[in-house]
Design a protein around this ligand. Structure first.
Ligand SMILES: NC(=O)c1ccc[n+]([C@@H]2O[C@H](COP(=O)([O-])OP(=O)(O)OC[C@H]3O[C@@H](n4cnc5c(N)ncnc54)[C@H](OP(=O)(O)O)[C@@H]3O)[C@@H](O)[C@H]2O)c1
Length: 291
C-alpha cells in the first residue's frame, strides 16, 4: 500500500527517465549548469539530510514518483520519526533505504556522515533539516539563538560545502552530475520581527546556496533553492498563517522545478509577486503587516 501522504505521480512515458543515463536524450550532454544529465538516471541515490522532515520526505516522494531509486535518510540518532520515514520512502518507490545517523549540531561529525551518506553514485541531495525554536526566547537568550543558527545556517553551510565537493569529485571522475535541493524559506527574503532569528538564519543559508549555485555552474552541478511560505508540518504544528500549504504541495512544486532545471522555486508561486512587493516595502509600513 502506498503511504497516504505520498501517492505516486504518474511516471513519464517515453520521457527522459532512462536507467544509468548520464546524458540528456539524443546522446547530447545536458547543458552545463542546469543540473540535468546524470541527475535523471534512476540508479543514483537520493540523499535527504533532515531525513524525517515532513517537507523533505514529501520532496523525496515526488522525486521517487518520477524515478525510483535508492534513498539515504540522514537522521538524528534515535529520532522517533525514523521508522515512519523509512516506510514512507519504500511506499513511495525507493528501491532501498539506508539510514545514516547525524545530529547536524555536531559540526565535527559532518565530514564522516557526508562521506557515508554520499558513498556510491548520487543524483539528488535534499537539505531539509531546520529548527524554528521559540522566537521570543531566541533573541533574548544567546544559547537559544546560537542553536537556531547552528542548525539552520552553520550546519547547512558546512554540509553544503562537503556535499558540493563530493558532487564535484563525482562529476569529474564519472561525468555524473547531481543536484542539491536546499530548503530555504520566504522568511529569508525579508526578515520580519515575529521570527527574525529564524529568518536571519535562513537568510544566511539561502545566500550561501544561491552563491554555491553560481560556483558549481562550471561543473554542471545544479542547486535548486526552495522558498516555501508557511507549510503545515511538525515544525509549525498548532500554528496557522495565510497562504499555508501542505508538504505535498511543496514536494510537487520542487519535483516540477527539478524536472525543468529551475534554480529557484517559491511555494505557493504567488509568493513571487508577494515578496517582490514586500522586499521593497518601507519598514514603517512592513511592521504594520498583519503576519
Ligand atoms: N514548515 C514551514 O512552514 C517551513 C517553511 C519554510 C521552510 N521550512 C524549512 O523546511 C525544512 C523542513 O522543515 P519541516 O517543515 O519539514 O519541519 P520538520 O518536519 O520538523 O523537519 C525538520 C527536520 O530537521 C531535523 N533536525 C532538526 N534539528 C536537527 C539536528 N540537530 N540534527 C539533525 N536533524 C535535525 C528534524 O529531525 P528530528 O526528526 O530528529 O527532529 C527534521 O528532520 C526546514 O529547513 C525549515 O526551515 C519550513
Amino acid at each position: 500500500m502506498r503511504h497516504p501522504r505520498f501517492p505516486q505521480r504518474p511516471r513519464p512515458v517515453g520521457g527522459r527517465v532512462v536507467p544509468g543515463m548520464t546524458h540528456a536524450p539524443g546522446g547530447k550532454p545536458a547543458p552545463s549548469g542546469d543540473g540535468r544529465g546524470a541527475g535523471h538516471g534512476a540508479d543514483g541515490s537520493l540523499v535527504v539530510f533532515g531525513g524525517t522532515s515532513d517537507i523533505g520526505l514529501a520532496v523525496a516522494a515526488e522525486l521517487l514518483a518520477a524515478a525510483p531509486r535508492p534513498v539515504v535518510l540522514v537522521c538524528r540518532p534515535g529520532a522517533p520519526r525514523v521508522p515512519a520515514a523509512r516506510r514512507a520512502m519504500l511506499e513511495a518507490g525507493a528501491t532501498r533505504v539506508r539510514i545514516v545517523d547525524l545530529d547536524v549540531a555536531e559540526l565535527g561529525a559532518h565530514e564522516a556522515a557526508v562521506a557515508e551518506a554520499l558513498a556510491g553514485p548520487v543524483d539528488r541531495v535534499v537539505l531539509a533539516f531546520g529548527v524554528l525554536g521559540d522566537q521570543e526566547r531566541a533573541w533574548q537568550d544567546a544559547g537559544a539563538a546560537v542553536t537556531v543558527f547552528t542548525v539552520n545556517a552553520t550546519a547547512a553551510v558546512s554540509i553544503g560545502v562537503l556535499v558540493a565537493q563530493r558532487l564535484r569529485g563525482q562529476a569529474r571522475a564519472t561525468g555524473r552530475r547531481g543536484r542539491i535541493i536546499a530548503i530555504s524559506s520566504v522568511a529569508a527574503e525579508r526578515v520580519r520581527r515575529p521570527n527574525f532569528v529564524y529568518g536571519a538564519s535562513k537568510a544566511g543559508m539561502d545566500g550561501f546556496f544561491t552563491g554555491l549555485r553560481e560556483a558549481l555552474r562550471p561543473d554542471g552541478i545544479g542547486v535548486l533553492v526552495v522558498r516555501p511560505g508557511f507549510v503545515r508540518s511538525a515544525m509549525t504544528a498548532g500554528r496557522s498563517m495565510p497562504l499555508a500549504v501542505d508538504p505535498r504541495r511543496v514536494g510537487r512544486a520542487v519535483a516540477e522545478a527539478d524536472e525543468r532545471g529551475r534554480e529557484l522555486v517559491r511555494v505557493p508561486a504567488v509568493f513571487g509577486p508577494v515578496m517582490t512587493v514586500f522586499r521593497l516595502m518601507p519598514q514603517a509600513l512592513a511592521r504594520r503587516m498583519p503576519w
